[in-house]
Design a binder for this molecule. Structure first.
Ligand code: ZN
Length: 83
């Protein structure tokens, strides 16, 4: 697995939605590649931050606002994972 491959799947890796084999590949790559390890760590932090925000909003935010937020998070993630 190459750095570009890791960048492409990092979101799903953190999400836990990556297949077992792929996850294993990423794990192996992270052991050898400090740059991707940092990438994963940052993404994880962003995800945790965003999710805590959403969790706090869930009770109060109107659906429309929540959907808009989720969309912008997706766009952010897509942009972030560009090479
Ligand atoms: Zn790498």
């Amino acid at each position: 697995m190459l750095c570009d491959d890791v960048k492409r799947v990092v979101y799903f890796f953190i999400d836990g939605s990556l297949g077992e084999q792929k996850r294993h590949d990423v794990d192996e790559h992270l052991k050898l590649c400090p740059r991707c390890e940092v990438l994963v760590r940052i993404q994880r932090r962003i995800r945790r931050f965003v999710q805590s925000r959403i969790a706090r909003m869930t009770d109060t935010a109107p659906d429309r606002l929540r959907r808009r937020l989720v969309r912008s998070i997706r766009a952010f993630n897509t942009e972030w994972s560009q090479p």
